[in-house]
Design a protein around this ligand. Structure first.
Ligand code: SF4
Ligand code: SF4
Length: 230
């Protein structure tokens, strides 16, 4: 699959998820941004879309802002969601991964709002809460939403299985390079540089038995990819 087709599938997945989450009452509102931290992770496909948007809008200065904050702590994943599913299948313990919301706000956040809201990654889209996180100190999420969120992360990784996953800062800085954007479009990324991890295909979906039946129609919608892909 070429990059344009992958981007169309990404768009489809975002739309299916939006339809799903619209059925839930959430406390999420414009300007509520406690969940906008430096710990957002994403795939190369999403980071590519975001970086092309930045370049097209003449916001290359944003890459400089990221470079200036490169030494600040952030969540750097060591395993992808599909690798985690494989670890669970083998009955092993996942690695401990440090992540702290107090490491600071997402570098995009401007006066409590997201200037790239239309192209924000799935890691932001799936962060919802039934109650305001400012009041509770954490996100209150229906367990079925958690399961759907994991499944969508698995699909996103699968679609981009020749790419990488990583922290927003690291992947955007990777795509600050026109050569890396060209290599991604050409499907010729080599081994991941330090801080990024190789994506994997889906071997098994992380769906607990109590959600399997309910999950079927969601997966059906995910798999109904439009036939008129570019
Ligand atoms: S997840 Fe929490 S912090 Fe984020 S928008 Fe929703 S209520 Fe606000
Ligand atoms: S990209 Fe936008 S929505 Fe996502 S964490 Fe950053 S400011 Fe928030």
């Amino acid at each position: 699959m070429g990059v344009e087709e992958k981007l169309a599938v990404l768009d489809h997945i975002y739309r299916v998820y939006e339809g799903f989450i619209a059925e839930y009452e959430t406390a999420c509102r414009k300007g509520c941004a406690r969940c906008c931290t430096r710990n957002v992770t994403l795939t190369t496909l999403e980071a590519y879309a975001l970086s092309v948007r930045l370049v097209d809008e003449g916001r290359a200065d944003f890459f400089e802002k990221l470079r200036g904050a490169i030494d600040l702590p952030r969540f750097i994943p060591r395993v992808t969601t599909n690798a985690l599913a494989e670890i669970c299948i083998r009955g092993e313990d996942p690695p401990e991964e440090a992540s702290d919301p107090d490491w600071g706000a997402c570098p995009f956040l401007e006066e409590g709002e997201c200037p790239v809201y239309a192209v924000r990654p799935y890691g932001c889209r799936c962060m919802v809460s039934a109650l305001r996180c400012d009041d509770t100190g954490f996100a209150e999420m229906d367990p079925f939403i958690v399961t759907v969120n994991n499944v969508v992360l698995q699909y996103l990784e699968h679609v981009d299985r020749d790419g990488y996953s990583g922290n927003l800062t690291d992947l955007l800085l990777f795509f600050a390079s026109a050569d890396n954007r060209r290599r991604y479009r050409a499907g010729s990324l080599g081994p991941p540089p330090e801080g990024l991890i190789r994506n994997r295909p889906i071997r098994a979906l992380m769906v607990p038995p109590r959600h399997r039946q309910k999950m079927l129609s969601f997966i059906e919608s995910l798999q109904k990819v439009p036939s008129n892909l570019p």
